[in-house]
Design a protein around this ligand. Structure first.
Ligand code: ZN
Length: 120
């Protein structure tokens, strides 16, 4: 055993472990433990790439990519004070960098500073 030979069984197992959300570090460790191979993490990354599995690690939990919630306690100069969900506590705010020294980001500045219609 050279320890460098990929077999269909190894390929399957790699894909399986990857689908389970294992990192390539973990996949290498598992394959080596199960098959007596000596794959490095990089070998597994390379093989995974050839097999067409998407490279993603560490696993992103659902919701982890959501924008950070900005509450009243986080509000300070330089971040947008626009209420993003004012219907019920805890009240949250936009939280993006402000535009041009204003209290809001560019998008919300446009909303906030739209000239009021003059009464005629
Ligand atoms: Zn904003």
């Amino acid at each position: 055993m050279t320890g460098k030979l990929w077999t269909p069984r190894l390929d399957e197992r790699l894909k399986e472990l990857h689908a389970e959300g294992c990192t390539f570090t973990r996949i290498a460790w598992k394959l080596n433990a199960e098959f007596g191979t000596r794959f490095t993490k990089n070998a597994c990354v390379g093989r995974g790439h050839r097999l067409g599995v998407p490279l993603r690690e560490p696993k992103i939990l659902p919701g982890a990519r959501r924008q950070r919630v900005v509450t009243i306690n986080d509000l300070r100069t330089g971040i947008c004070h626009w209420p993003s969900d004012g219907t019920r506590p805890p009240y949250t705010y936009c939280g993006k960098p402000t535009y041009n020294g204003r209290s809001f980001c560019l998008e919300h500045s446009r909303l906030a500073y739209t000239p009021a219609r003059h009464r005629g």
